[in-house]
Design a protein around this ligand. Structure first.
Ligand SMILES: [Zn+2]
Length: 402
């Protein structure tokens, strides 16, 4: 029996993707025979409503060869800038303020605060990306954020006016230690802002966000229960388009600010959708199987008609899609813009990753877009291919041919 990582209540499994290789572990040819797979199953806590993985792979194994540099994705650069200026204005940050970011990557977000004369501190567990940030002049601590690190910061008198984390609450196995850490580092009047892929996505076929690094999948109901454990309160929330639909929450010390209308509305909506009931989660598998039938049906037909299909992009979520739906046999090759990934092999399916020029030179009949959340950016990038008659397949949340 697995117990909830937030409240200790037993959790119930509702969807299993079986054995899956770590989807961010791109391989050298010599490492392919030694590739390992780990169970990937998701469960629901009926007491605090937190959705979580049943088995957790040691993050140190998953992060060792982390290849995701935020600054290689144009949409992330622009998003970081917009978010930073929005938060500076909204929270009235100025020269005396301090912004601390958990999971600061190569400093892509913090540099905008720094440009505005605001003090910053990044915290990131990946040594190579933290080193990149320091090279760019952004103070960064290499660590997994938790209660211990937070106490260390507090002892050095570091208290954040804004504590920011995009896509981090899903990743930290010791989630209680994390929220206690937030409480420790957050200034009395400060605001912590977190963005996490929204659980609603799982009900809309966006199941490929399920992978080993993502230990938790959040509803607002679950987030409220979680933060309450560290005497923190969610006073506002809004949806943002990142990662195929994320929920952004504004957190304060209990009693500091009162909850907005948006919070009350979303809580009502989640009750209506049954995000607090196991029976709702049990429907996810059926929907995903429908999507599988649709997508493999299309690819099978294209193959039979002698069409050539390549995949563009090798994001983690795409690796989940290829492995769980067993799509490898339908594809001719895979290309990705990231130079760090080119020349390596994809986890599980073992395709050599080519640069994007291969799509233009080779001209497959169809390109399957694996980072479906940024399909517009991908299609914009491959206009030359499209002008010459190439077509795109967007696989999630619905199968669409463009
Ligand atoms: Zn629980």
């Amino acid at each position: 029996m697995t117990r909830c990582r937030a409240c200790g209540h037993p959790i119930t499994e509702f969807f299993s993707l079986g054995a899956m290789p770590p989807v961010n572990a791109f391989l050298k040819k010599k490492d392919i025979p030694n590739e390992r797979s780990f169970d990937l199953s998701v469960g629901f806590c009926q007491k605090c409503y937190l959705v979580q993985l049943l088995k957790i792979v040691d993050p140190k194994d998953l992060f060792r060869h982390y290849l995701y540099f935020s600054s290689t994705t144009q949409s992330i650069i622009e998003y970081s800038k917009t978010t930073a200026y929005y938060l500076i204005q909204r929270l009235k940050l100025g020269r005396g303020s301090l912004v601390v970011e958990i999971g600061s990557n190569d400093g892509v977000h913090l540099r905008w605060y720094q440009k505005a004369g605001i003090k910053v501190l990044g915290i990131d567990p990946a040594r190579n990306v933290a080193a990149e940030a320091i090279k760019k002049g952004i103070p960064t601590k290499t660590a997994f954020f938790g209660h211990e690190v937070a106490k260390e910061l507090a002892r050095s008198n570091i208290h954040a006016d804004l504590l920011y984390g995009a896509n981090v609450l899903a990743h930290i196995p010791d989630i209680l230690g994390c929220v206690r850490g937030v409480s420790t580092v957050l200034k009395k009047t400060g605001t912590a802002v977190f963005e996490s892929p929204y659980i609603g996505g799982l009900f809309e076929n966006k199941f490929d966000t399920i992978y080993h690094e993502h230990v938790f999948y959040y509803s607002l109901l679950a987030l409220q229960n979680l933060f309450a454990r560290a005497n923190l309160c969610i006073y506002d929330c809004e949806f943002v388009h990142m990662q195929g639909g994320s929920l952004r929450i504004f957190v304060c010390h209990e009693g500091m600010y009162s909850a907005s209308e948006q919070v009350r509305e979303l809580v009502d909506q989640e009750h209506q959708h049954g995000f607090h009931r196991l029976s709702s989660y049990l429907k996810i598998r059926t929907n995903v199987e429908k999507l599988r039938t649709q997508l493999t049906g299309l690819l099978k037909k294209l193959k039979k008609d002698g069409k050539r299909v390549a995949a563009y992009g090798a994001p983690a979520k795409g690796m989940v899609l290829l492995n769980y739906f067993r799509l490898g046999k339908f594809l001719d090759f895979i290309a990705d813009k990231s130079e760090a990934k080119q020349g390596l092999y994809t986890p599980g399916t073992h395709f050599l990753i080519y640069p994007p020029s291969k799509v233009v030179d080779d001209r497959p009949d169809y390109v399957l877009i694996l980072p479906w959340n940024i399909s517009d950016e991908v299609m914009g990038f491959l206009t030359e291919y499209q002008k010459k008659g190439g077509k795109f397949i967007i696989p999630v949340p619905d199968v669409i041919i463009v």
